[in-house]
Design a protein around this ligand. Sequence first.
Ligand code: XLS
Ligand code: CA
Ligand code: CA
Length: 446
Amino acid sequence: MSRSLFVGQKEYFPGIDRIAYEGPGSDNPLSFKAYDQTRVVAGKTMEEHLRFAVAYWHTFCGGGGDPFGPGTRNYAWDTGSTPMDSARMKVDAAFEFFTKLNVPFYCFHDRDMAPEGDSVAESEANLQTLVGLAKERQDASGMRLLWGTANLFSNPRYMNGGATNPNFPVVAHAGAQVKAALEATVALGGQNYVFWGGREGYASLFNTDTKRELEHFACFLTMARDYGRSIGFEGTFLIEPKPMEPMYHQYDVDAQTVIGFLRHHGLDQDFKLNIEANHATLAGHSSEHDLQMCVDAGMLGSIDANRGNPQNGWDTDQFPTNMYDCVHNMIVVLQAGGLGQGGFNFDAKIRRESTDLEDLFLGHIGGMDAYARALVIADRIVSDGRLEELKAARYASFAEADAQRFEAGELNLSDLREIAANNPEPALESGKQERVENLINDYMFS
Ligand code: XLS
Ligand code: CA
Ligand code: CA
């Protein structure tokens, strides 16, 4: 084992070496079977396409607790003599993990990295200290920050929301936190800044002025945009939709809701969307649906790669291993020309029953291999072109002169009535759903 794989005095993942690509024939569970970072697919390496990120919160802050019981994992980095001490150890553990996993990016909330202090000033100072350490570790390892964000949902003061809280002093606290988190993101060269509307929503209409809260939200996002730009943040602001959990109703329900909101408030030039697969399914969609809505609007920013559980509607944040979903998502991403400065962030946690240290690696390896395989399959599908041909064939009638005038906005309803009345009953055109589904399976398993 090379000592360069860990930093500081202590090795937090002993016995685990750098995870390498060993190919499909390997039976080493701590190796990549499909993710070969240098392999070129559709003109870019796998690393460039996928831009994988580790989520600081699930991987280093989640011990497996749930509403029915405490955590099942005790981590060595949680044993510092003070919260700041543990936070420093956690940074070292995190960078050891990133280096061993060989992943290029990570994402964090302010409170994942630095403990909250007794005052705004102390919280800011804590964050600056830890960000300084993370910056040193980034410079030494080559790791990059995909996005930063602020946790506006854990502290009890945010129980009724952050930016949309009916109590203005709480809104001010949310502002203070976002200001500091933006500064941290800039200091770490973050490529994006995320707003997930944790408790931006409500439980009862009887006590909530939704119009006012949504206006406050837009006001707050505008201030954040302006402050970010004023301190040199050149990345993309991202909104991450989610329909519920923890709030009964959350304002950022799904992709189309957020797109409409951003456009309505003139924020669509600076903001895009971060689509989490499990949030899309919680909203009653598929993840590829929400991705496609973003692509159609020119607003796909990044992806939180995970999955829910088909047996319930919860936000279980499992690692993505369902190949059909991964392939579908990758088709949308490839057809859109890639994620730009976004990436695939594993907003995923190992199960409460997964108590070995190596399970953290196994979860990420599984997700990375799943998306690497999906990339190869999706590239085959997209470059072969048959799927697109079948799709285009369904719209062939729009090449006709009247249809062209319709698309140009040159017809009115009376014109449509004349066309309908003067032509024979339209022939039934099959949607060919079974044909396209079979085709996808042929690509996946041939
Ligand atoms: C929670 C969200 C959260 C965001 C970042 O459900 O997924 O983790 O990604 O605040
Ligand atoms: Ca989630
Ligand atoms: Ca997420």
